[in-house]
Design a protein around this ligand. Sequence first.
Ligand SMILES: *Cc1c(COP(=O)(O)O)cnc(C)c1O
Length: 350
Amino acid sequence: MCGHGGALSECKGAKVTQNSKLDVGHLKRQHLANFPTCLTAIHGFDENLNGTELLIKRDDLIDFGFGGNKVRGLEFILGDAKQKGADTLITGAGVLSNHVRATAAAAAYAGLGMVAVYWGEEPKKCEGNHLLSRILGAEMHFTGSSDRSSVDRHMEKVAEDLRRAGRHPYCIPRGGACALGVIGHILAVEEVAVQCRAFKTAPERVILAVGSGSTMAGWILGSQILGLDWQIEGYTVSRSVEEVRVQVHRLALEAAKILGLDLPVSNQNIVIHDGVIGEGYGIPSPEGQRAIVAVARRQGIFFDPTYTGKAFAGMMKDAARGRFSDLKSILFLHTGGAPSIFTSGIEIFH
Ligand SMILES: *Cc1c(COP(=O)(O)O)cnc(C)c1O
Protein backbone atom coordinates (compact mmCIF):
# COMPACT_ATOMS: atom_id res chain seq x y z
CA MET A 1 0.00 0.00 0.00
CA CYS A 2 1.06 3.52 -0.49
CA GLY A 3 -0.78 6.79 -0.57
CA HIS A 4 -3.97 7.03 1.43
CA GLY A 5 -7.61 6.09 0.94
CA GLY A 6 -9.28 4.86 -2.23
CA ALA A 7 -8.52 1.71 -4.18
CA LEU A 8 -6.40 3.68 -6.61
CA SER A 9 -3.77 4.38 -3.99
CA GLU A 10 -2.99 0.73 -3.68
CA CYS A 11 0.22 -0.25 -5.38
CA LYS A 12 -0.63 -3.87 -5.96
CA GLY A 13 -1.18 -3.46 -9.70
CA ALA A 14 -0.89 -6.67 -11.68
CA LYS A 15 2.45 -7.80 -13.00
CA VAL A 16 3.87 -5.58 -15.67
CA THR A 17 4.79 -8.45 -17.91
CA GLN A 18 1.27 -9.84 -18.07
CA ASN A 19 0.02 -10.21 -21.64
CA SER A 20 2.97 -8.17 -22.81
CA LYS A 21 2.97 -7.13 -26.44
CA LEU A 22 6.26 -5.42 -25.90
CA ASP A 23 9.39 -7.38 -26.50
CA VAL A 24 12.48 -5.68 -25.15
CA GLY A 25 14.21 -8.98 -24.39
CA HIS A 26 17.07 -8.28 -26.76
CA LEU A 27 17.99 -5.10 -24.86
CA LYS A 28 20.14 -5.16 -21.76
CA ARG A 29 18.43 -3.63 -18.76
CA GLN A 30 20.02 -2.78 -15.44
CA HIS A 31 17.20 -2.73 -12.90
CA LEU A 32 17.50 0.29 -10.63
CA ALA A 33 14.04 0.73 -9.12
CA ASN A 34 10.96 -1.24 -8.10
CA PHE A 35 8.04 -0.87 -10.45
CA PRO A 36 5.14 -0.21 -10.67
CA THR A 37 4.98 3.21 -9.07
CA CYS A 38 1.65 4.24 -7.53
CA LEU A 39 -1.34 5.43 -9.46
CA THR A 40 -3.39 7.72 -7.24
CA ALA A 41 -6.70 9.53 -7.70
CA ILE A 42 -6.63 13.09 -6.41
CA HIS A 43 -9.57 15.24 -5.45
CA GLY A 44 -10.28 18.84 -4.70
CA PHE A 45 -10.07 20.37 -8.18
CA ASP A 46 -13.69 20.03 -9.17
CA GLU A 47 -14.08 23.76 -9.69
CA ASN A 48 -11.93 23.24 -12.80
CA LEU A 49 -12.50 19.60 -13.60
CA ASN A 50 -16.22 19.46 -13.21
CA GLY A 51 -16.35 15.82 -12.13
CA THR A 52 -13.66 14.46 -14.45
CA GLU A 53 -11.53 11.94 -12.53
CA LEU A 54 -7.89 12.97 -12.12
CA LEU A 55 -5.25 10.25 -11.72
CA ILE A 56 -1.63 10.95 -10.90
CA LYS A 57 1.10 8.49 -11.90
CA ARG A 58 3.67 8.93 -9.17
CA ASP A 59 6.96 8.55 -11.02
CA ASP A 60 8.30 11.16 -8.61
CA LEU A 61 8.28 8.29 -6.12
CA ILE A 62 10.55 6.01 -8.16
CA ASP A 63 12.66 4.55 -5.39
CA PHE A 64 16.11 5.18 -6.78
CA GLY A 65 18.39 8.20 -6.93
CA PHE A 66 15.72 10.65 -5.70
CA GLY A 67 13.27 9.41 -8.30
CA GLY A 68 11.77 10.98 -11.39
CA ASN A 69 11.24 9.92 -14.99
CA LYS A 70 14.92 9.83 -15.93
CA VAL A 71 15.45 6.63 -13.94
CA ARG A 72 13.21 4.68 -16.34
CA GLY A 73 15.38 5.51 -19.34
CA LEU A 74 18.60 5.03 -17.42
CA GLU A 75 17.83 1.35 -16.80
CA PHE A 76 18.31 0.72 -20.53
CA ILE A 77 21.09 3.25 -21.04
CA LEU A 78 23.08 1.74 -18.16
CA GLY A 79 22.38 -1.78 -19.45
CA ASP A 80 23.85 -0.77 -22.81
CA ALA A 81 26.84 0.97 -21.22
CA LYS A 82 27.72 -2.08 -19.15
CA GLN A 83 27.32 -4.41 -22.11
CA LYS A 84 29.74 -2.24 -24.07
CA GLY A 85 32.28 -2.44 -21.27
CA ALA A 86 32.05 1.21 -20.22
CA ASP A 87 33.84 2.26 -17.05
CA THR A 88 32.69 5.89 -16.94
CA LEU A 89 29.42 7.65 -17.76
CA ILE A 90 29.54 11.19 -19.15
CA THR A 91 26.50 13.38 -19.48
CA GLY A 92 25.52 17.00 -19.15
CA ALA A 93 22.89 19.71 -18.78
CA GLY A 94 22.31 22.72 -16.52
CA VAL A 95 23.75 22.50 -13.02
CA LEU A 96 20.35 21.86 -11.43
CA SER A 97 19.56 18.98 -13.78
CA ASN A 98 17.48 16.03 -12.59
CA HIS A 99 18.93 13.96 -15.41
CA VAL A 100 22.54 14.47 -14.31
CA ARG A 101 21.66 13.65 -10.70
CA ALA A 102 19.84 10.43 -11.69
CA THR A 103 22.74 9.45 -13.98
CA ALA A 104 25.23 10.08 -11.17
CA ALA A 105 23.18 7.75 -8.96
CA ALA A 106 23.12 5.08 -11.69
CA ALA A 107 26.89 5.34 -12.19
CA ALA A 108 27.53 5.12 -8.45
CA TYR A 109 25.24 2.11 -8.14
CA ALA A 110 26.95 0.29 -11.01
CA GLY A 111 30.44 1.14 -9.77
CA LEU A 112 31.22 3.32 -12.78
CA GLY A 113 32.93 6.70 -12.88
CA MET A 114 30.73 9.73 -13.58
CA VAL A 115 31.57 13.01 -15.27
CA ALA A 116 28.94 15.79 -15.27
CA VAL A 117 29.36 18.60 -17.81
CA TYR A 118 27.35 21.74 -17.08
CA TRP A 119 26.95 24.86 -19.15
CA GLY A 120 27.83 28.16 -17.50
CA GLU A 121 29.95 28.87 -14.44
CA GLU A 122 30.08 26.97 -11.18
CA PRO A 123 27.54 28.54 -8.79
CA LYS A 124 28.85 29.77 -5.44
CA LYS A 125 26.33 27.74 -3.52
CA CYS A 126 26.10 23.99 -4.06
CA GLU A 127 22.45 23.01 -3.60
CA GLY A 128 19.59 20.90 -4.96
CA ASN A 129 20.53 18.45 -7.70
CA HIS A 130 24.04 19.91 -7.83
CA LEU A 131 24.52 18.96 -4.18
CA LEU A 132 23.01 15.50 -4.71
CA SER A 133 25.32 14.87 -7.68
CA ARG A 134 28.27 15.86 -5.48
CA ILE A 135 27.14 13.49 -2.77
CA LEU A 136 26.98 10.79 -5.46
CA GLY A 137 30.62 11.44 -6.33
CA ALA A 138 30.29 12.95 -9.81
CA GLU A 139 33.33 14.73 -11.26
CA MET A 140 32.12 18.13 -12.46
CA HIS A 141 33.09 20.35 -15.38
CA PHE A 142 31.65 23.77 -16.21
CA THR A 143 31.95 24.97 -19.80
CA GLY A 144 31.95 28.65 -18.82
CA SER A 145 29.58 29.37 -21.70
CA SER A 146 25.86 30.03 -21.38
CA ASP A 147 25.37 28.31 -24.75
CA ARG A 148 23.76 24.94 -23.95
CA SER A 149 25.43 23.22 -26.89
CA SER A 150 28.83 24.00 -25.32
CA VAL A 151 28.02 20.95 -23.17
CA ASP A 152 28.06 18.64 -26.20
CA ARG A 153 31.50 19.79 -27.34
CA HIS A 154 32.93 19.55 -23.84
CA MET A 155 31.50 16.05 -23.30
CA GLU A 156 33.24 14.92 -26.47
CA LYS A 157 36.52 16.38 -25.24
CA VAL A 158 36.21 14.67 -21.84
CA ALA A 159 35.49 11.38 -23.62
CA GLU A 160 38.57 11.79 -25.83
CA ASP A 161 40.80 12.53 -22.87
CA LEU A 162 39.52 9.47 -21.04
CA ARG A 163 39.99 7.25 -24.07
CA ARG A 164 43.55 8.46 -24.41
CA ALA A 165 44.10 7.51 -20.77
CA GLY A 166 42.95 3.96 -21.58
CA ARG A 167 39.49 4.33 -20.08
CA HIS A 168 36.13 3.40 -21.63
CA PRO A 169 33.74 6.35 -21.45
CA TYR A 170 30.07 6.19 -22.45
CA CYS A 171 28.39 9.45 -23.45
CA ILE A 172 24.70 9.99 -22.75
CA PRO A 173 23.21 12.88 -24.74
CA ARG A 174 22.32 16.09 -22.93
CA GLY A 175 19.18 15.66 -20.85
CA GLY A 176 19.18 11.91 -21.56
CA ALA A 177 17.32 12.37 -24.84
CA CYS A 178 18.11 9.21 -26.79
CA ALA A 179 16.23 6.26 -28.24
CA LEU A 180 17.35 3.81 -25.54
CA GLY A 181 15.99 6.17 -22.91
CA VAL A 182 12.64 6.18 -24.71
CA ILE A 183 12.34 2.40 -24.22
CA GLY A 184 12.01 2.84 -20.46
CA HIS A 185 8.99 5.08 -20.98
CA ILE A 186 7.38 2.60 -23.34
CA LEU A 187 7.38 0.10 -20.50
CA ALA A 188 5.81 2.74 -18.25
CA VAL A 189 2.84 2.88 -20.62
CA GLU A 190 2.27 -0.82 -20.24
CA GLU A 191 2.63 -0.49 -16.49
CA VAL A 192 -0.06 2.18 -16.31
CA ALA A 193 -2.35 0.33 -18.71
CA VAL A 194 -2.25 -2.71 -16.43
CA GLN A 195 -2.96 -0.55 -13.38
CA CYS A 196 -5.87 1.18 -15.08
CA ARG A 197 -7.38 -2.16 -16.04
CA ALA A 198 -7.01 -3.41 -12.47
CA PHE A 199 -8.66 -0.22 -11.17
CA LYS A 200 -11.40 -0.40 -13.80
CA THR A 201 -10.75 3.04 -15.18
CA ALA A 202 -9.84 4.20 -18.67
CA PRO A 203 -8.35 7.69 -18.91
CA GLU A 204 -9.01 9.38 -22.24
CA ARG A 205 -6.08 11.78 -21.88
CA VAL A 206 -2.54 11.52 -20.62
CA ILE A 207 -0.96 14.85 -19.71
CA LEU A 208 2.72 15.47 -19.10
CA ALA A 209 5.46 18.10 -19.00
CA VAL A 210 7.81 17.99 -21.98
CA GLY A 211 11.47 18.94 -21.86
CA SER A 212 13.74 17.06 -24.25
CA GLY A 213 10.89 14.86 -25.46
CA SER A 214 12.00 11.31 -24.55
CA THR A 215 9.16 10.70 -22.14
CA MET A 216 6.49 11.83 -24.56
CA ALA A 217 8.08 9.84 -27.40
CA GLY A 218 7.91 6.72 -25.22
CA TRP A 219 4.30 7.36 -24.28
CA ILE A 220 3.21 7.90 -27.86
CA LEU A 221 5.07 4.90 -29.19
CA GLY A 222 4.07 2.65 -26.29
CA SER A 223 0.42 3.59 -26.62
CA GLN A 224 0.53 2.89 -30.33
CA ILE A 225 2.17 -0.52 -29.84
CA LEU A 226 -0.34 -1.50 -27.17
CA GLY A 227 -3.30 -0.15 -29.10
CA LEU A 228 -4.33 2.31 -26.37
CA ASP A 229 -6.46 5.07 -27.72
CA TRP A 230 -5.99 7.69 -25.04
CA GLN A 231 -4.63 10.94 -26.40
CA ILE A 232 -1.31 12.17 -25.07
CA GLU A 233 -0.87 15.90 -24.58
CA GLY A 234 2.37 17.58 -23.60
CA TYR A 235 3.02 21.04 -22.21
CA THR A 236 6.42 22.26 -23.33
CA VAL A 237 8.45 23.89 -20.55
CA SER A 238 11.54 24.70 -22.56
CA ARG A 239 11.56 24.59 -26.34
CA SER A 240 9.15 25.85 -29.00
CA VAL A 241 6.21 23.63 -29.92
CA GLU A 242 7.62 22.98 -33.40
CA GLU A 243 11.08 22.10 -32.08
CA VAL A 244 9.63 19.67 -29.54
CA ARG A 245 7.34 18.04 -32.10
CA VAL A 246 10.28 17.33 -34.41
CA GLN A 247 12.35 15.96 -31.53
CA VAL A 248 9.55 13.74 -30.15
CA HIS A 249 8.89 12.40 -33.63
CA ARG A 250 12.56 11.63 -34.24
CA LEU A 251 12.98 9.90 -30.87
CA ALA A 252 9.83 7.81 -31.35
CA LEU A 253 11.00 6.63 -34.79
CA GLU A 254 14.48 5.80 -33.48
CA ALA A 255 13.06 3.83 -30.56
CA ALA A 256 10.67 1.96 -32.89
CA LYS A 257 13.69 0.99 -34.98
CA ILE A 258 15.50 -0.42 -31.93
CA LEU A 259 12.43 -2.57 -31.30
CA GLY A 260 12.39 -3.67 -34.92
CA LEU A 261 8.98 -2.10 -35.47
CA ASP A 262 7.79 -0.34 -38.55
CA LEU A 263 5.12 1.76 -36.90
CA PRO A 264 4.15 4.93 -38.66
CA VAL A 265 4.32 7.47 -35.84
CA SER A 266 2.52 10.40 -37.30
CA ASN A 267 3.62 13.93 -36.59
CA GLN A 268 -0.08 14.77 -36.29
CA ASN A 269 -0.42 12.58 -33.18
CA ILE A 270 2.03 14.72 -31.30
CA VAL A 271 -0.06 17.24 -29.41
CA ILE A 272 2.06 19.88 -27.68
CA HIS A 273 0.74 22.96 -25.93
CA ASP A 274 2.54 26.22 -25.41
CA GLY A 275 1.94 28.97 -22.92
CA VAL A 276 3.32 27.64 -19.63
CA ILE A 277 7.03 28.47 -19.95
CA GLY A 278 6.67 31.96 -18.47
CA GLU A 279 9.97 33.84 -18.32
CA GLY A 280 11.97 30.81 -19.32
CA TYR A 281 13.06 27.24 -18.71
CA GLY A 282 13.81 26.67 -15.05
CA ILE A 283 12.40 30.04 -13.97
CA PRO A 284 9.31 29.51 -11.78
CA SER A 285 6.10 31.02 -13.19
CA PRO A 286 3.40 32.52 -10.95
CA GLU A 287 0.83 30.00 -12.28
CA GLY A 288 3.21 27.09 -11.71
CA GLN A 289 3.91 28.22 -8.16
CA ARG A 290 0.21 28.54 -7.42
CA ALA A 291 -0.32 25.02 -8.73
CA ILE A 292 2.47 23.68 -6.50
CA VAL A 293 0.93 25.34 -3.46
CA ALA A 294 -2.63 24.25 -4.28
CA VAL A 295 -1.76 20.58 -4.83
CA ALA A 296 0.54 20.45 -1.80
CA ARG A 297 -2.13 21.93 0.46
CA ARG A 298 -4.97 19.79 -0.83
CA GLN A 299 -3.18 16.50 -1.47
CA GLY A 300 0.22 16.55 0.23
CA ILE A 301 1.83 15.98 -3.17
CA PHE A 302 4.67 18.26 -4.30
CA PHE A 303 5.09 19.25 -7.93
CA ASP A 304 8.31 20.90 -9.08
CA PRO A 305 8.73 24.45 -10.40
CA THR A 306 10.53 23.57 -13.68
CA TYR A 307 8.31 20.86 -15.16
CA THR A 308 5.30 19.41 -13.37
CA GLY A 309 4.07 22.59 -11.65
CA LYS A 310 3.96 24.41 -14.98
CA ALA A 311 2.32 21.53 -16.85
CA PHE A 312 -0.28 21.04 -14.13
CA ALA A 313 -1.07 24.76 -14.18
CA GLY A 314 -1.50 24.60 -17.96
CA MET A 315 -3.79 21.61 -17.67
CA MET A 316 -5.93 23.32 -15.02
CA LYS A 317 -6.20 26.46 -17.10
CA ASP A 318 -7.37 24.42 -20.07
CA ALA A 319 -9.73 22.47 -17.82
CA ALA A 320 -11.26 25.72 -16.61
CA ARG A 321 -11.86 26.65 -20.25
CA GLY A 322 -13.82 23.40 -20.58
CA ARG A 323 -11.38 21.54 -22.81
CA PHE A 324 -11.76 18.31 -20.84
CA SER A 325 -15.41 18.75 -19.89
CA ASP A 326 -16.62 15.75 -21.90
CA LEU A 327 -14.05 13.37 -20.38
CA LYS A 328 -14.49 10.84 -17.60
CA SER A 329 -10.86 10.50 -16.63
CA ILE A 330 -7.47 12.19 -17.10
CA LEU A 331 -4.07 10.86 -16.16
CA PHE A 332 -1.32 13.32 -15.19
CA LEU A 333 2.23 12.06 -15.16
CA HIS A 334 4.22 13.24 -12.14
CA THR A 335 7.71 13.08 -13.56
CA GLY A 336 9.56 14.18 -10.40
CA GLY A 337 11.92 17.11 -9.91
CA ALA A 338 11.54 17.61 -6.15
CA PRO A 339 15.11 18.86 -5.56
CA SER A 340 14.29 22.01 -7.56
CA ILE A 341 11.69 23.02 -4.98
CA PHE A 342 14.61 23.97 -2.74
CA THR A 343 16.65 25.97 -5.22
CA SER A 344 14.42 27.97 -7.49
CA GLY A 345 13.29 30.69 -5.12
CA ILE A 346 9.62 29.75 -5.11
CA GLU A 347 7.35 32.44 -3.72
CA ILE A 348 4.19 31.54 -1.90
CA PHE A 349 1.11 33.35 -3.14
CA HIS A 350 -1.64 33.11 -0.55
C1 LIG B 1 13.38 15.73 -17.61
C2 LIG B 1 12.12 15.95 -16.89
C3 LIG B 1 10.89 16.06 -17.59
C4 LIG B 1 10.81 16.03 -19.09
O1 LIG B 1 11.16 14.81 -19.62
P1 LIG B 1 11.70 14.74 -21.13
O2 LIG B 1 11.78 13.31 -21.40
O3 LIG B 1 13.04 15.42 -21.12
O4 LIG B 1 10.75 15.48 -21.98
C5 LIG B 1 9.75 16.26 -16.86
N1 LIG B 1 9.78 16.34 -15.52
C6 LIG B 1 10.92 16.25 -14.82
C7 LIG B 1 10.88 16.40 -13.34
C8 LIG B 1 12.14 16.04 -15.48
O5 LIG B 1 13.27 15.96 -14.78
